[in-house]
Write a protein that binds this ligand. Structure first.
Ligand SMILES: *Cc1c(COP(=O)(O)O)cnc(C)c1O
Length: 393
């Protein structure tokens, strides 16, 4: 039976502890720049075994300050995956740098390490090596970080992990966020992501210089640390602006929600994995292809993505529309960034990244979030199977 309201593709899970944590802040002396932001930073740094974490008002801001801290600027090029949210590449443009893309591996939707190797070989010959690359752990499934890290050492570029989908995921037994294979890792706490602070993001690193720079860029380029000043402090009120920064700070309200949510991170990710396994089993004997993590990865399963057996714009659209008619909010993550009008104006065109383009015509994100009930999931599975039967006719 069709549910009364649309089953969303993702949804936050807020409990009374979360609500009370926010109310406590409202009753306290500080609603911004108090103790909750550092508490949230330390909680996430500890969970991910990273040395430093810098909270921001969004992952988009965190990506921007990460690029700035790595010195990405005019004359540089940054590479990323065409299958991501536009923020993964816009951050390079904010810095005045150029963007290019590396095609995906269609089995995972992640940036392909072998396509990266090939592109680097060519770029070395033409002297167009990237300053940095941003890898995106699509759906929460970590990229091939060992290979990417080895290439970064060979060709001397920085690596940012856009782990907006992958809070709570692990790669070869190390937490995503540990920055074992990268310079900086970015998390998003937007409500559809794994844990939420309403809006919010975080940048993690093990490098003290990068930490210091990102803190400066987050807060106007201002420091109160005398060691960083150009002259002796004038007194306890004194601060100096030593670079051009932004106001990318997170509020105490957001941080309190984040701290409270972070206590349930493990449970959320376990629940997402349980539900994903049910989908996996249900579709195992069908023509649908499930994006599955490598066996040495533990995905955070931000999304459950399936690929239709054949590439057809019309069929893809029909399947998604008819699921939506049944109140299942099937979605597509993502429209290839290089095909966005803004990026086409920069010179990208259809045909540039064929696997990303094929993926776009086959991929469907099905609802997945901790509060999805087994009844709802059963209904989704039956509806998808019914679509496949129609497709086969
Ligand atoms: C959500 C998301 C972002 C942006 O996160 P915000 O916190 O909304 O700024 C960036 N990259 C990816 C891959 C995302 O999914």
């Amino acid at each position: 039976m069709t549910p009364k309201s649309m089953i969303p593709y993702g949804k936050q899970d807020i409990n009374d502890d979360d609500i009370n944590a926010v109310i406590d802040v409202l009753k306290s002396d500080f609603i911004t720049q108090g103790p909750k932001v550092p508490e949230f930073e330390q909680a996430i740094a500890k969970q991910c075994q990273a040395n430093f974490a810098i909270a921001t008002n969004s992952a988009t801001s965190a990506l921007h300050i990460a690029c700035l801290a790595l010195g990405v600027s005019k004359g540089d090029t940054l590479w990323t995956s065409p299958i991501s949210f536009v923020a993964s590449s816009n951050c390079a443009l904010y810095c005045g740098a150029k963007v290019d893309f590396v095609d995906i591996d269609i089995a995972t939707g992640n940036l392909s390490a072998s396509a990266l190797r090939t592109k680097l070989e060519v770029a070395k010959k033409t002297n167009t090596l990237p300053k940095a690359i941003i890898v995106v752990h699509l759906a929460g499934n970590p990229c091939d970080m060992q290979q990417i890290n080895a290439l970064s050492e060979q060709y001397n570029f920085a690596v940012i992990e856009d782990a907006s989908h992958a809070v709570g995921a692990s790669y070869k037994n190390s937490m995503v966020g540990s920055c074992l294979y990268s310079d900086i890792t970015i998390f998003s706490f937007h409500p559809v992501k794994i844990i939420t602070s309403a809006e919010g993001g975080m940048a993690l690193t093990n490098c003290p210089e990068l930490e210091n720079k990102m803190r400066l860029f987050r807060s106007h380029g201002i420091t109160s640390d005398e060691a960083q000043m150009t002259e002796k402090s004038h007194g306890p009120w004194y601060y100096q602006q030593i670079t051009l920064g932004f106001n990318y700070r997170m509020t105490e309200l957001q941080a309190a929600l984040g701290v409270s949510q972070s206590q349930r991170l493990t449970d959320f990710v376990e629940k997402r994995n349980e539900l994903a396994k049910i989908y996996d089993r249900a579709f195992a004997d069908t023509s649908i292809v499930c994006l599955t993590p490598n066996s040495d990865n533990y995905s955070a399963y931000h999304l459950y993505i399936v690929l239709l057996p054949t590439m057809s714009k019309a069929l893809h659209k029909n399947v998604i529309s008819s699921l939506r008619d049944k109140n299942i909010c099937a979605h597509v993550h993502y429209i290839p960034i290089h095909l966005q009008p803004y990026y086409q104006k920069l010179g990208f065109k259809q045909g540039d990244f064929p696997f990303a383009e094929e993926y776009y015509q086959r991929a469907i994100s099905l609802p997945l979030y901790p509060k999805l009930t087994l009844d709802e999931q059963g209904y989704i599975i039956d509806s998808v199977k019914a679509e496949l039967t129609t497709l086969a006719q």
